[in-house]
Design a protein around this ligand. Sequence first.
Ligand SMILES: [Zn+2]
Length: 339
Amino acid sequence: MKHALRLTIRPALVAASVFAAGSLWAQEWTTTTDTHRFMEVRNGIWLTQTTAQVFNSNALVIVNDEDVVIVDSHVTPSKARDLIASIPAITDKPVTALINSHYHWDHAHGNQEFADIPIIGHDYTRMKMATGAHEEPTYLRGLAGNAATLERLAGEIEAAEDDEEREGLEAYRAMFAAHAADFDEIVPLPPDVTMNEKMTLFRGGREIQVIFLGRAHTGGDVVVYFPQDKLVFTGDILFGGPSFLGDGYVDDWPQTLENLKALDFDIVVPGHGPPMTDLSPIEKSQDYYRALWERTAAKHAAGVSVEEAIETIDMSDTGFRNPSDVEVQRMYHRLENPD
Ligand SMILES: [Zn+2]
């Protein structure tokens, strides 16, 4: 069983460091079901995560005076059904709307389970989900990651040193294989209520603002802002460290975070990992993205090939990771196709 811990969550879309700061909040999970854990971050605004040892995203369950609004639908229809089935553990009010922070599969491919209520998202999110979502490179990398995990597990099972270890690995593989098979069920369902800059939901005494602050992690990320509770759900535009940049706009990102700073809040719920009351990652992220863009642009201007740039861009002085191959390719694409 000693191997079971290290093979758990292999995040495909965010830096592993995102998960490192979780201990402060580990004790704050107050409600659990067979599939989910819940934490009331502020005044009826609940963070929930699947307890399954698979890569998945945070969802918010916003319990209002009369109804419930959800933010992000998880990674597969199966995980979304688990979420829906778990909501009665915290409220019996009806779910009346879903908001998508962005189009990525790990946040939006449970959407089809919410087909009977309005799904709110940015125009860009609708465009990305309505056209070729099954061929979209980041989604295909997710599928490839599933296949790679299963292959790695097969090798680890073969190399297991005793029955206990082998049984632990086999149980994990059975769970993961079922999860990977759940992807076959996905029929991407785009938002059917779209916005470009801002929309506000008034639900009883609560105001829920859906705001596009500028391009960052994708071309259409929105944040969900609760002015009365000074809380903002940032999706994947802000973590403790760098986000996944492979569909990103690193050149625009610092300004988008500057726009975030103009909101009045003192707690952030990111798209993965625990809430953050330390807001210093905002400026650290701005500094990192500025430096990364400058260094990449300098390589490009000097005629350095993308292959060589992947090998040589060094961010170690920032305390954060170097960009991956797809991230450097994306920045080169942006430099060659500015808009
Ligand atoms: Zn994402």
